[in-house]
Design a binder for this molecule. Structure first.
Ligand code: HEM
Length: 322
């Protein structure tokens, strides 16, 4: 075959063994090998292969399932709840703090969920129950703001590890159906911040209505909540949810959430929303609280699992079916 004179010919000996074994070439090959090793190690670390005991979102949700009875199709936590529909009437006062569309004056549709904490949709309403509200604000331009809140002044643990250890410590003992007091005591002595937070939580608790009272209340007309923004001060703790802020902070009433109706969980309503606290609109940024990313990851695993499971009706039936 004729050689194309316009095509550059390879320099003689470029790929010979002696050229590849030359010190400069060996050094280059070594650098390439190091880079590849670094990439492979980073991949293996991220996947958790180098630390099989590491606490990640899958292990957290597996632990929820191990310490509690199975309730396929339901949330792994806050399993008992009802959906709500309504709107947020913003008065525009929050726009002083943030350009987020939710704070511009106007009305924004809201879908949400009222629940009590715990893995069972059958749990009895009790005076000790932690009550929760999750909201999904549908903002213009396809943005969303999702938030899930508990009626606690502080959270009992400050990170995912603490949450995991609390979960294991509160596992009901087979003989009594209640947590083993020795395990609870060991957890509290290993986590003095949790003992302090629980004392704060138990002190100001006030419980006066749960699901039946909520239904009765809404039969009289819409229920309303104010969205109060608390303005932080330098030095306020933002990365440890067991620590309260002092009571002397400036607050802004940014508007009113109106809940017009509640409905039982069903396909297509709040049952199928994952209230991920990191779904934020532009203008609202996450803090350095390590629990936000842990929650986001754990909620995703819980959501993926329950989405694929056969659904049974929620024990809380309100509205038309009642
Ligand atoms: C590392 C700590 C936490 C873990 C592992 C955790 C775990 C979970 C899981 C698995 C769900 C069910 C998610 C779903 O299936 O959609 C859930 C729901 C919820 N969590 Fe957490 N959580 C944590 C911390 C918190 C904190 C600090 C708050 C409040 C400030 C909170 C409030 C809620 C609420 C209100 C819901 C119910 C949301 C709904 O109705 O869909 N959680 N949590």
């Amino acid at each position: 075959m004729a050689t194309d004179p316009s095509w550059p010919s390879e320099p003689a000996g470029r790929y010979s063994l002696s050229t590849l074994l030359a010190p400069a070439a060996l050094m280059r090959l070594g650098i390439i090998a190091l880079v590849l090793l670094g990439v492979a190690s980073a991949f293996a670390w991220t996947a958790g292969w180098l630390s099989p005991g590491r606490l990640d979102q899958v292990r957290l949700i597996d632990t929820f399932e191990e310490v509690n009875d199975a309730h396929p199709g339901f949330r792994r936590n806050h399993a008992k709840g009802v959906c709500l529909v309504g709107w947020f009437g913003s008065n525009g006062a929050g726009a002083r703090l943030s350009g987020a569309a939710v704070f511009a004056a106007g009305r924004i549709p809201v879908v949400g969920r009222l629940s009590i904490v715990g893995p069972s949709p059958e749990v009895a309403d009790g005076s000790e129950a932690v009550r929760s509200m999750a909201l999904d604000f549908t903002l213009p331009d396809g943005e969303a703001w999702r938030t899930s809140m508990n009626d606690l002044p502080v959270f009992p643990v400050k990170d995912a590890q603490g949450f995991y250890e609390q979960l294991v410590a509160l596992k009901p003992a087979p003989a009594t159906g209640k947590p083993d007091p020795a395990r609870v005591a060991a957890f509290l002595s290993a986590h003095p911040e949790a003992a302090r937070a629980i004392a704060l939580i138990k002190g100001p608790r006030e419980k006066n209505y749960l699901f039946d009272a909520l239904t009765a209340r809404l039969q009289q007309g819409p229920a309303q909540w104010h969205l109060i923004l608390v303005i932080g001060q330098p030095g306020d703790p933002t990365s440890d949810a067991t620590l309260p802020w002092s009571a002397d902070h400036e607050t802004i009433d940014a508007g009113t959430l109106t809940v017009a109706a509640i409905e039982s969980e069903a396909a297509g309503n709040c049952r199928d929303i994952e209230f991920d606290p990191l779904v934020l609109p532009s203008g609202i940024e996450p803090s350095d609280d390590p629990m936000l990313s842990a929650r986001s990851a754990a909620y995703s695993v819980s959501f993926t699992r329950r989405a694929g499971e056969t659904k049974t009706p929620s024990p809380v039936q309100v509205g038309r079916g009642r």
